[in-house]
Design a protein around this ligand. Structure first.
Ligand SMILES: Nc1nc2c(ncn2[C@@H]2O[C@H](COP(=O)(O)OP(=O)(O)OP(=O)(O)O)[C@@H](O)[C@H]2O)c(=O)[nH]1
Ligand SMILES: [Mg+2]
Length: 259
C-alpha cells in the first residue's frame, strides 16, 4: 500500500461519504485508490467497496450466535475484526500500489477506543498510516461544539500516535461567517475563550482557559481542514497533507497514471 487512510469519527459525521469522495477525487487526479469498509454494521454504503468486512462478519449471525441485541453484536463484531484482522484483511494485499481508504465503524468507540485498534493500524499499515479524523462543521460552528470536537480529536490522536488530520466535513452546510469564526478561534485562543464565555455564562473560566491554551500547543497538527464530501471540496488539501506525512513533503508518488 502506498498509504492507508483511516477515516475515524463520531456517528454520522460523514466517514463513509468522505471515503467515497476521497477515492473519487484521487482517481480523478490519476492516483490508484481503493476503499475498504471496516464497518460490519453498515447497512448502506455510498460506494462500491473494494474490500468489505461484511463478507467475513455478519451482524445478524453474531446476534443469533451470541444471543445478543444489535448493540452488543456491534461490539462483538468489532472485536472479531480486531482479533482476526491478519487473516481477514489479507485480500487487501492485492492493493499494494494503491492508496487504501479505510471506512471505520459508525460509532467511534467501536474502533478508536477498542483495545486492539491501534495495534491493527500499526501492524497492518505501520509508517504508511494516516488518521483522518472526521468532524461535523455544523457542530464545530458553536464555541462549545468546536471545543468538544477538538477534545475528541485529541483523544483519537493520543490513541493512535500516527500522522493525523482534523477534517471538518460538511463545510458546505455552514455560512462564510461561521467558517471565519472557526478560523479565528483556531488562530487566537483568547477569541475562542471569549466566544465560549459568551455562549456558556456560568463556567469555571480557569479550567476552560487551560483546555483552550492546550489547543494552541497542538495546533501544529490540529488545525481543521474544511471539506465538503458532498461537493468534493477541500480534498486537494487532504491529499497534500497525506503526501506530506507519507513522503516527508515531496510528492514522490509513482502511481500517477497520467502524464
Ligand atoms: N451536506 C453534506 N452532507 C454530508 C456530507 N458528508 C456526508 N453527508 C451526509 O451525512 C449523512 C451521514 O453520512 P455518512 O457518510 O453515512 O456518515 P458516517 O460517519 O459514515 O455515518 P455512520 O457510519 O453511520 O456513523 C448522509 O446523509 C450524508 O449524505 C457533506 O460533506 N455535506
Ligand atoms: Mg459510515
Amino acid at each position: 500500500m502506498i498509504g492507508s487512510i483511516y477515516a475515524v469519527g463520531a456517528a454520522g459525521t460523514g466517514k463513509s461519504t468522505f471515503s467515497a469522495s476521497l477515492k473519487e477525487w484521487m482517481i480523478s487526479q490519476g492516483f490508484d485508490a481503493a476503499v475498504a469498509n471496516l464497518d460490519p454494521g453498515a447497512e448502506y454504503l455510498p460506494y462500491d467497496a473494494d474490500f468489505d468486512i461484511r463478507e467475513f462478519i455478519s451482524l445478524s449471525e453474531v446476534m443469533s450466535e451470541y444471543s445478543l441485541g444489535p448493540n452488543g453484536a456491534q461490539i462483538v463484531a468489532a472485536d472479531l475484526l480486531l482479533e482476526n484482522y491478519q487473516t481477514m484483511l489479507k485480500p487487501l494485499e492485492e492493493f499494494d500500489d494503491y492508496y487504501v481508504i479505510f471506512d471505520t465503524p459508525g460509532q467511534i468507540e467501536l474502533f478508536a477506543f477498542r483495545q486492539a485498534a491501534p495495534q491493527l493500524v500499526d501492524s497492518f499499515s505501520g509508517s504508511r498510516a494516516s488518521i483522518a479524523f472526521i468532524s461535523d462543521a455544523v457542530l464545530a460552528s458553536t464555541p462549545s461544539g468546536f471545543v468538544s470536537q477538538k477534545l475528541l480529536y485529541g483523544s483519537v490522536i493520543s490513541r493512535f500516535f500516527k500522522p493525523s488530520m482534523n477534517i471538518m466535513n460538511k463545510s458546505d452546510l455552514i455560512t462564510d461567517a461561521e467558517m471565519s469564526a472557526i478560523k479565528e478561534w483556531e488562530e487566537d485562543s483568547d477569541k475562542l475563550l471569549e466566544a465560549y464565555m459568551e455562549e456558556k455564562q456560568k463556567i469555571d473560566k480557569g479550567y476552560f482557559s487551560a483546555i483552550i491554551r492546550a489547543f494552541s500547543e497542538i495546533n501544529a497538527t490540529g488545525k481543521v481542514i474544511p471539506v465538503s464530501s458532498k461537493d468534493l471540496l477541500g480534498l486537494e488539501e487532504v491529499y497534500s497533507n497525506l503526501s506530506l506525512s507519507f513522503s516527508g513533503g515531496e510528492d514522490t508518488d509513482t502511481s500517477m497514471k497520467d502524464d
